[in-house]
Design a protein around this ligand. Structure first.
Ligand SMILES: CC(C)(COP(=O)(O)OP(=O)(O)OC[C@H]1O[C@@H](n2cnc3c(N)ncnc32)[C@H](O)[C@@H]1OP(=O)(O)O)[C@@H](O)C(=O)NCCC(=O)NCCS
Length: 110
């Protein structure tokens, strides 16, 4: 990642997955992605962290929303998987919203 605000790509887009199905639903991904997000904001001068997920992926959407990510848009029929075209939901977490959560407050950021 390029840690300069005026670079072409000034923010990271993250992806995640728990390999073994038996290990899912235990909170591991929420904890790990939360730590990754904290690391990115604490280490680099990024102004936002982004993520995209299949609109039908409820665990992924729940995880992102629990960490403070907000929906920013939908890319309709943007991904072809398992024999079907699927919508992708774009999510973002701006730095002020992340910082407000860290302070335990509520952010006015949308
Ligand atoms: C998405 C994924 C990473 C979530 O990992 P995880 O460790 O199971 O997630 P967590 O246990 O932290 O749970 C996250 C939320 O999803 C919910 N959830 C978990 N499994 C679920 C299921 N089968 N159906 C509905 N919700 C589910 C949890 O209940 C939790 O929400 P809650 O706190 O409101 O109850 C995991 O399911 C996975 O690896 N899936 C395959 C790869 C993938 O889809 N990656 C995302 C690409 S963007």
């Amino acid at each position: 990642m390029t840690p300069y605000p005026d670079a072409d790509c000034a923010w990271p887009d993250i992806g995640f997955g728990i390999g073994a199905e038996a290990d899912r639903g235990k909170g591991y991904a929420t904890e790990a992605v939360g730590l990754l997000v904290d690391y990115l904001f604490s280490t680099f001068p990024v102004e936002r962290v982004g993520a995209a997920t299949d609109a039908a992926n409820e665990p992924s959407r729940r995880l992102l929303e629990k960490l403070g990510f907000r929906r920013e848009g939908v890319l309709r029929r943007a991904s072809f998987r398992d024999g079907a075209w699927r919508d992708l939901v774009l999510y973002g977490l701006p730095r002020p919203a992340w910082a407000a959560r860290r302070r335990g407050g509520i952010s006015a950021e949308r």
